[in-house]
Structures are given as structure tokens and as C-alpha cells.
Design a protein around this ligand. Structure first.
Ligand code: CMP
Length: 142
């Protein structure tokens, strides 16, 4: 609970919602180099990093090397894209050293976290991802 309360993006969640999140999440451990998420795979889980760091990489075309995008660390979260509309992972996420993530399933994410403005509107630098998000937003506002 205390950790969840310290996550900047969750500041606006009530104690009640935070304790529901705490009830449903599962702590999962990863070792250096483990794939937590593979780009292109289907996915229905949201991750909050409680220990360690992860690396986000993205491959823009099939025959190119993945491009490094970001390092995320304790208190950061990822995996929200596949839970909004299409369930395809937009990037790969790998562990850098030992990592512990708190994992939330799709249904709980939708009910408890998905409505947060700062979670639903993460800025992505990839034009491809941006385009996809804009297309989805246009679709849902029809
Ligand atoms: P998802 O597509 O479900 O799985 C891969 C995750 O990587 C994605 O959700 C985002 O949480 C994260 N991600 C994708 N692109 C970026 C980016 N440009 N910056 C930070 N995180 C990203």
C-alpha cells in the first residue's frame, strides 16, 4: 500500500481504490535480460516496477534492429497500450538486473487504473504508435 501510494501517477487514486489494486496485483520477479513483454505479442497485463530497472525497445520494421527508447525504474509502469483497444504489445520490455513488477490483470486495470488521465495519455515518441493511438481515439469518439 505504502509503495502504491508513493507512485506519482497514482496520487489521485483514493485509499479505497489503492487497496483494491493492492488486493489484485501479483508480484513477479525477473532476472537480467528476461523479456517481460515482447513486441507484437498479445498481452492483457499492466506492470508497476517495485524494484529494479527495465529497458523499453521497439522495432519499427521487420529487418531493422530494435531501437532503445527508455529506461524505466521503481515507481514507473508500462504495458498500458495493449490494454487500450488492441491487445498487441507496441514495444519490448526487458529486465536490467533483478526486477520485481507488480502485475495487474486487464479487468482490474480497466476498473481501477485505466481511467487515470496520466496513464491513458502517455506520450510516445514513435510516430507509428502515436498514429495508432490517434486512430483509436478518433474511433472511440465517433
Ligand atoms: P504495451 O504496448 O502494452 O507493451 C509495451 C509497453 O512499452 C507499452 O505498452 C508502453 O507501456 C511501453 N512503451 C511503448 N512505447 C514507449 C515509449 N516511447 N516510451 C515509454 N514506454 C513505452
Amino acid at each position: 500500500m505504502e509503495f502504491l501510494r508513493s507512485v506519482p501517477s497514482f496520487q489521485s487514486l483514493t485509499e479505497d481504490v489503492l487497496s483494491k489494486v493492492a488486493d489484485v496485483l501479483e508480484a513477479t520477479h525477473y532476472r537480467d535480460g528476461d523479456y517481460i513483454i515482447r513486441q507484437g505479442a498479445t498481452g492483457d497485463t499492466f506492470f508497476i516496477i517495485s524494484e529494479g530497472q527495465v529497458k523499453v525497445t521497439q522495432q519499427t520494421s521487420a529487418n531493422e534492429e530494435p531501437v532503445f527508447l527508455y529506461t524505466l525504474s521503481k515507481g514507473d509502469w508500462f504495458g498500458e497500450q495493449a490494454l487500450k483497444g488492441e491487445d498487441v504489445r507496441t514495444a519490448s520490455v526487458t529486465a536490467v538486473g533483478d526486477v520485481t513488477c507488480l502485475v495487474v490483470d486487464r479487468e482490474s486495470f480497466k476498473q481501477l487504473i485505466g481511467g487515470l488521465e496520466n496513464v491513458s495519455s502517455r506520450v510516445n515518441d514513435s510516430d507509428e504508435v502515436k498514429g495508432k493511438i490517434e486512430a483509436e481515439a478518433a474511433f472511440f469518439s465517433m
